[in-house]
Design a binder for this molecule. Sequence first.
Ligand code: LLP
Length: 419
Amino acid sequence: MDYFEYQGGILHAEDIPLPRIAEEIGTPVYVYSRATLERHAQVFRDALKDIPRKHIAFAIKCNPNLGVLRVLARQGYGADVVSGGELERALASGMAPQDIVFSGVGKTRAELALGLDRGIGQFNIEHEPEGVALAEIALAKEMTAPAVLRVNPDVDAGTHAKISTGKAENKFGVGIDVAPDIFGRLAGLPGLQMRGIALHIGSQLTSLAPLEAAFERVGRLVADLRAAGHSITHVDLGGGLGVPYRPDDDPPSPADYGAMVARVTKDWDVTLMFEPGRVIAGNTGVLLTEVLWVKPGATHDFVIVDAAMNDLARPALYDAYHDFVAVEPTGEKMTASIVGPVCETGDTFARDRVIDKVKAGDLAVFRTAGAYGATMASTYNSRSLVPEVLVDGERYAVVADRIAAGTIMAAERVPDWID
Ligand code: LLP
């Protein structure tokens, strides 16, 4: 459910016709709907209504735009961050330090120190040496770091290999079999307050079964840790819930997820933490683009748009599907491959797809681009960094400028020893 709908035959973001944004801001441009974002934030929170103690930390890697974060901060959301840069963003958006969770497999000592200095709520420790380092840094600052240990439950999330994180061979967390020993040693360190367990098995999960299996394993671990005398007050269940990308996709709803979590965790007696990303932001954005050319090909026609793999990397990286619809559809259809201007065959958004018939100069959108869209953009081929717009009813604001290729070039230097 989103607020990108046709009114009078023209696709709107809430009450703003998309041609207006194209005209005033140019294309390509990401367009977000505040009402959709708020609705998803509300739906996810409602889905957890049967969970007595909880904290929701938006995985800001999926959309770190300050305007987006401010909307979520006002909804009471905290942040799951994975770098010093994300940490500063979460704070700049108005989120409270206490509501910030620091995940990530390669935190630097400087980032651990930053987290302590800013007073964040929780560190998710990925392996023993990181915990030891955090304890040392905290001790030197005469502080105690609230921390949980991330475990790798060794389940197959059934998603794309590049976004699976919970199999034994993945780089994340510590094996659940060795977790009790590691937890025991870390819990004995001054400077650390080891208070629980974290996990995250992957992203764009379209079945609850692997999540449930992983949570059950963690439930047994919590019982074992308690039996060994540890106080376990927090379990961070990560994110991962999938969203529909194709019109006929039917992933589990937040309500299904919430009911499963409530059932599996009912005797845990902990504060449950959640790190949703895509399910909050995915449907809240589209990438608005202009058709540059329709080029007849040897085997099929190409629709060449002004957005490219540097603006929306998911199709090139994961063969991901993003629905493509015309802003002013005529009702006619065509079969074509949709490609961008970048000089690689990988710069392909769709192959031989039946789409709305478009011609040069027409506007179209890639849907469900609010998560892992702009945040993964680059300037490859010396293209500009794509801008972002947030719509709120009848008004909109540019929440990230287009950064021109010239601005990027201005940060480069030719050393004077090259003659
Ligand atoms: N927590 C942790 C520790 C994570 O690593 C992630 C995502 C999340 C939460 C949020 O997961 P979500 O609810 O959004 O599924 N670029 C890829 C997705 C990478 C996900 C990385 N980790 C894509 O475009 O599909």
